[in-house]
Write a protein that binds this ligand. Structure first.
Ligand SMILES: Cc1cc2nc3c(=O)[nH]c(=O)nc-3n(C[C@H](O)[C@H](O)[C@H](O)COP(=O)(O)OP(=O)(O)OC[C@H]3O[C@@H](n4cnc5c(N)ncnc54)[C@H](O)[C@@H]3O)c2cc1C
Length: 395
């Protein structure tokens, strides 16, 4: 049997494409059961997209945001929301972030996967290990089988969270087909650090966090959480978008220094008890060993306490792919036509999603890019079949 379209990867973009493809004989592969990453997005309250306008949106994919312009013109935020609504999945706003309202990420992913299964020949647990082109046809190889297709859409995602099926095989496949791979690196990734084990589980909200990379500083206000391996949370994921090998992560635990100093000087109790008003008790107990009353502290001791609280620091490195939410790098955008998602090198080979060298910041940008590029690829494949009935007719 010769398939019309082979979609490799049943994740966010592959499923969007499969659902919108018109050709009859579609085969959909996934190295796992399908939609595994989608099912764990956003801590079960998937952040599906963002309500920012187009220009603002594109800014969130530096440096390759412009590559997505055509895809966004065809299928953007409201299309995603309407598409989900049509499946009974409601969304709501959290600031500008569009998040799930009436379903969990797991429920959403199984609904979407089921529709794609109904439309295609679905091959779960079949990992494509090689693709080559013979004449006009693609030969796809899995561990045990060979498949033939007229068109291939590579929708294999990045390299992070390998247990969800994204193991990076498709970089090698695309390379063999003639494509350039921009080196994949972990993006939106927690920081690994020593000495955090005893702080595991402690969360800090709305704190000023500074990342010091050599002489450069980047400061943001946000939330973090200590884990057994280091430090995670939205503020850390945002800071991880900066390039560095090793850096210092500094937290200001008390906010305005002068205001804290005034509070301290007028406080009648033990210094430890005052600090608990600013940070969780377990962290206060960990940092502040002294049991002294404020009035018993020398000036030197007071300065040292303030310094500790304002400059609470850790040496950090980015953790590896197994903990990264997104992969930076991938198939070079220079070799894909942004108007169609078709390869400029291999005719009838298409790409979508995180496999391409595009990465969005935290806030629903990665899923919107996956949905939009998946939809555009399907739209263009449909057009090809409509226009070239003869060329694609069964021989
Ligand atoms: C924990 C977590 C939470 C996240 N939360 C959010 C969020 O809330 N909002 C947001 O915008 N983004 C979020 N992301 C990022 C987002 O999930 C991804 O960017 C998005 O899923 C990428 O879609 P994709 O279709 O390109 O790839 P994926 O969804 O990763 O799908 C790729 C699929 O291809 C399959 N595959 C890979 N190689 C092969 C092969 N050789 N043969 C067959 N199949 C193969 C894989 O099994 C996988 O199912 C999160 C990521 C993680 C890890």
């Amino acid at each position: 049997m010769i398939y019309d379209v082979a979609v490799v990867g049943a994740g966010a973009c592959g499923l969007t494409a499969a659902i919108h493809l018109n050709p009859k004989k579609i085969i959909l592969f996934d190295s796992k059961k399908g939609a595994k990453k989608l099912s764990i997005t956003g801590n079960n309250i998937c952040n599906v997209t963002n309500k920012l306008g187009l220009e603002n949106f594109i800014e969130h994919y530096k440096p390759n945001g412009n590559f997505l312009r055509d895809a966004f013109k065809l299928f953007f935020v409201n299309d995603t929301i309407k598409f989900l609504q049509s499946l009974g999945i409601q969304t709501t706003l959290d600031n500008t972030r569009v998040i799930l309202k009436n379903k969990t990420s797991k429920e959403m992913s199984s609904i979407i996967l089921q529709i794609a299964k109904d439309k295609t020949t679905f091959r779960p647990n079949e990992r494509i290990i090689d693709i080559r082109k013979e004449g006009d046809l693609f030969i796809l190889k899995t561990q045990n089988h060979i498949y033939i297709s007229k068109i291939v859409l590579l929708a294999c995602g990045g390299k992070s969270f390998k247990h969800t099926g994204t193991d990076g095989t498709c970089y090698d496949i695309a390379k063999k087909l003639g494509h350039t791979i921009v080196k994949p690196t972990p993006f939106e990734v927690p920081f690994c650090s020593k000495n955090t084990e005893n702080l595991q589980g402690i969360s800090l909200y709305n704190k000023e966090i500074t990342l010091k990379i050599n002489n450069k500083k980047k400061t943001i206000t946000g939330d973090i959480i200590f884990t057994h391996f280091g430090i995670s949370g939205p503020a850390v994921l945002e800071l991880s978008e900066n390039d560095f090998e090793q850096a210092i992560l500094k937290m200001n635990l008390i906010g305005d220094k002068e205001a804290f100093e005034n509070n301290l000087m007028s406080y009648k109790g033990k210094v430890k008890n005052l600090i608990k008003r600013y940070i969780p008790q377990r962290l206060a107990d960990n940092i502040m060993r002294t049991d002294k009353y404020v009035k018993e502290l020398s000036k030197k001791e007071i300065n040292s306490i303030i310094d500790t609280l304002i400059n609470f620091s850790f040496t950090v490195k980015k953790c590896s792919f197994d903990k990264a939410f997104v992969t930076k790098g991938g198939i070079s955008t220079k070799e894909i036509d942004p108007k169609t998602m078709e390869s400029k090198i291999v005719k009838n080979l298409f790409f979508c999603g995180e496999l391409i060298d595009i990465q969005g910041s935290i806030g629903g940008f990665n899923l919107q890019a996956a949905f939009s590029t998946g939809f555009l690829a399907a739209y263009e494949i449909n057009k090809k079949f409509r226009k070239n009935r003869k060329a694609f007719a069964d021989k």
